[in-house]
Design a protein around this ligand. Structure first.
Ligand SMILES: [Zn+2]
Length: 102
């Protein structure tokens, strides 16, 4: 008789909750914090956190590149606010572009 070990394949398929958006994901779709591995965020939230961190870094060290990234972030906020990213005609190119901009 074998005893199940925590964290093995028996519970690997169980969906886990993102600590940021509360969505459910598989383990392979979560990013864990180094000193607190119990905390996992989904890839979309990890990208969001990265953008927030970059924005704060840019605010601390103004430069021409930082101003350009600020303008791009303002453009992204405008697109999301007006829901242009969900437009049937040009939503897909905007989403594609949004994933590639800083
Ligand atoms: Zn999330």
């Amino acid at each position: 008789m074998t005893t199940p070990v925590a964290g093995t394949a028996s519970d690997a398929a169980e969906p886990l909750e993102c600590w940021c958006c509360a969505g459910t994901y598989q383990e392979k779709d979560l990013v864990r914090l180094g000193r607190h591995p119990e905390v996992g965020v989904c890839l979309a939230c990890a990208h969001f956190l990265h953008q927030q961190a970059r924005g704060r870094e840019d605010a601390r060290r103004p430069s021409p590149a930082a101003r350009l990234r600020d303008a791009l972030r303002a453009g992204r906020r405008l697109v999301i606010q007006r829901q242009w990213h969900q437009n049937q005609l040009f939503g897909r190119p905007l989403r594609w572009l949004g994933q590639r901009l800083p």
